[in-house]
Design a protein around this ligand. Structure first.
Ligand SMILES: Nc1ncnc2c1ncn2[C@@H]1O[C@H](COP(=O)(O)OP(=O)(O)OP(=O)(O)O)[C@@H](O)[C@H]1O
Length: 384
């Protein structure tokens, strides 16, 4: 069952929650709606389900307009963040509930219900808790039961709203892998709402990034991660260092005079918005692992003097966890006499722990930080 979302608009009073949202989801796809709190993810999910009416636009399932179709008739299964299991019913009865509620004509026999429930409990690897009550289960187990219950009525579409949001980090990780495997077995078209970028990247076939009621970007996790379409997407997908400067003809100079000469720059060139020769304000985005860290002496005299390719910065704090070392550095001015906006900026770098130990880096020493790769966004006047 494919889903087509056409020109969906939604206000709550004067608040514009969804702004002309268009999205196509292929049959059997697992799509993550990713965005910050309040961006409209849940509202979109509720509109797809039929729990909320849009002001304008329509939802289609495999081309069929669902506007006049009641939520009960849409064939949608839900799993929400807060376990919605019935406390007074056993796990078995919770999963059987949807089947027992079917109209008499469609209702399976008792033997069929028993077989189907046990099949689903085996699928979520919890057949051994069939006789327990929800209060006797862990949070992760309850969410797996909630999923089994949603699947019992063989939904055409599965909607998951932060299903693992209330669970601790380790259980979340286990469950997202488990959900991915389960989806690969069942191929039910699924939409998964999360504000956790790691979760979206790990679980989904396709990630749809939403900001303030609009889709900012959609693509495979790889596409969105490697080619973020806007500063918002770049910043939302992970830790990032931001350097202000000016760009001209595919080159960039930071405000403090550093040239980013040796840096691989992903930036719009003339023809993609920038005019030949035009000087534009620009922001260079650099991920912590895209920064090289060295001692000034190793960089040569030019860099040590501050006029070269790297950025002089003092190592303020080093946090070594597992195989990685996270370094917090304070940028120093390249031209100390001039007004310099970047001096004092916090720079986060990530290097292998082994390198950190081999270099014998010490907090308080001055280092040279060089971006290997930067993604540059230009300011065409709209502001960035
Ligand atoms: N019934 C409602 N009445 C008024 N405002 C609402 C209603 N439902 C949602 N909103 C507002 O619409 C915006 C989008 O809400 P929504 O729940 O879709 O966000 P979300 O992206 O799912 O956020 P979260 O991750 O925090 O759940 C929010 O600003 C919210 O306050």
């Amino acid at each position: 069952m494919s889903i087509e979302i056409r020109h969906i608009d939604k206000h709550f009073g004067r608040f514009h929650a969804l702004k002309d949202v268009n999205l196509d989801i292929a049959s059997g796809e697992l799509v993550a709606l990713l965005g910050p709190s309040g961006c409209g993810k849940t509202t979109l999910l509720r509109i797809i389900a039929g729990l909320e009416q849009p002001d304008a636009g329509s939802i289609h399932f495999s081309g069929r307009d669902q506007t006049p179709v009641h939520v009960r008739e849409r064939g949608v299964g839900f799993v929400f963040q807060h376990y919605a299991l019935f406390k007074h019913m056993s796990v078995f009865e919770n999963v059987a509930f949807g089947l027992r509620m079917k109209p008499r004509r469609e209702r399976p026999s008792e033997a069929q219900i028993r077989a189907r429930v046990m099949e689903l409990l085996t699928l979520v690897q919890l057949d051994w808790v069939a006789d327990r009550f929800p209060s006797q289960l862990s949070g992760g187990q309850r969410q797996r039961i909630a999923l089994a219950r949603a699947l019992a009525v063989e939904p055409q579409v599965l909607l998951l709203d932060e299903p693992f949001g209330a669970l601790d980090a380790k259980v979340r990780k286990d469950l997202r892998r488990w959900l991915r495997r389960l989806h690969d077995e069942l191929h039910v078209t699924s939409i998964f709402v999360t504000h956790d970028q790691e979760e979206a990247m790990e679980v989904a076939d396709r990630v749809v990034v939403i900001n303030q009621g609009r889709i900012e970007q959609q693509g495979t996790p790889q596409e969105v991660w490697n080619h973020p379409a806007s500063p918002f997407v770049y910043g939302f997908l992970g830790d990032v260092n931001l350097f202000r400067g000016r760009a001209q003809d595919g080159r960039m100079v930071l405000d403090d005079g550093h040239t980013l000469a040796g840096t691989q720059l992903a930036m719009p060139t003339s023809g993609e918005g920038a005019q030949q020769g035009e000087v534009l304000d620009a922001l260079a985005y650099v991920r912590p692992h895209e920064l090289d860290v060295a001692r000034p002496a190793a960089q040569g005299a030019e860099a040590a003097a501050g006029g070269g390719r790297g950025i002089l910065a003092q190592l303020d704090r080093a946090i070594v966890v597992g195989g990685m070392a996270r370094l917090e550095l304070i940028a120093q001015s390249a031209y100390k006499d001039e007004d310099n906006t970047q001096a004092g900026t916090l720079i986060e770098a990530q290097i292998p722990a082994q390198q950190f130990h081999d270099m014998e880096l010490r907090e308080g020493e001055t280092l040279v930080v060089t971006p290997r790769r930067a993604t540059v966004f230009l300011d065409y006047g709209a502001g960035i």
